[in-house]
Design a protein around this ligand. Structure first.
Ligand SMILES: [Zn+2]
Ligand SMILES: [Zn+2]
Length: 232
């Protein structure tokens, strides 16, 4: 079945690409959002980081995870939220440059090829419907679609619902504040019994959003929840 808004969106993206040819976020060369040869220059998230939440600078499991015992198995992110990665995520999210999604989703898929994880479905972290309407799309869903296509895994857009519209996490200072802000913001709306689910988001800051998504999935019977974001 054809989806007219999506088609119009793709048409608009293509028109924009013609008017404003993509430029590499690292070297500025025209032609793509990121040259292959520039990928190694992106700021990588290097060890040590927490085995569970990927908090940089921690080795083993960090004190926060030992106390909070997150319901996800682990969070992984190939990059740090800095430099060109920060610029690209910002453009995808706030500058309406949806055409970046294949490039960024491709980087996530590359990471999964290097670090495979066996999953039954991908679940993008949902936006509250009101915020998604305002933005016109959910950037996490665009990334998940690209990853799903590459690793041949179904994208389960409908499994999670953001039922509470909380203030943006970016306005919250501390880790505890962020956890409380987002706790119980999500509901699982479809059966996930026995499934291994991979949550996808653009950026992880403290892991509170991933935790808030993982809890209802596990409560609904998911056998394991993993989380992958582009940057931490
Ligand atoms: Zn380049
Ligand atoms: Zn941790």
């Amino acid at each position: 079945m054809s989806d007219l808004p999506a088609l119009l969106g793709q048409f608009a993206d293509r028109a924009l690409t013609l008017l404003f040819p993509p430029e590499c976020a690292v070297c500025g060369r025209e032609g793509s959002f990121l040259c292959r040869s520039c990928e190694p220059r992106l700021p990588r998230l290097l060890e040590p980081y927490c085995d569970t939440c990927a908090e940089p600078g921690e080795s083993g499991v960090c004190a926060w995870c030992r106390a909070a015992q997150p319901r996800y198995e682990n969070i992984r992110a190939p990059y740090r939220y800095a430099g060109a990665v920060r610029g690209m995520v910002h453009d995808l999210k706030y500058s309406n440059i949806r055409a970046l999604a294949p490039t960024l989703g491709g980087l996530l898929a590359d990471y999964l090829e290097r670090h495979p994880v066996q999953v039954d479905a991908l679940a993008p972290v949902p936006l509250h419907p009101r915020r998604e309407r305002r933005r016109g799309y959910n950037q996490a869903a665009l990334l998940a679609r690209e990853v799903g296509r590459r690793i041949s895994a179904p994208v389960a857009d409908e499994k999670l619902l953001r039922s509470r519209d909380t203030p943006p996490q970016i306005t919250m200072a501390g880790r505890e504040e962020r956890r409380q802000n987002i706790e119980r913001a999500f509901e699982c709306t479809e059966s996930v019994a026995g499934m291994r689910v991979l949550l996808i988001d653009d950026v992880v800051t403290t892991g509170s959003t991933m935790q808030a998504c993982a809890a209802p999935l596990v409560a609904a019977g998911a056998s394991a929840v993993f989380a992958l974001a582009l940057a931490r």
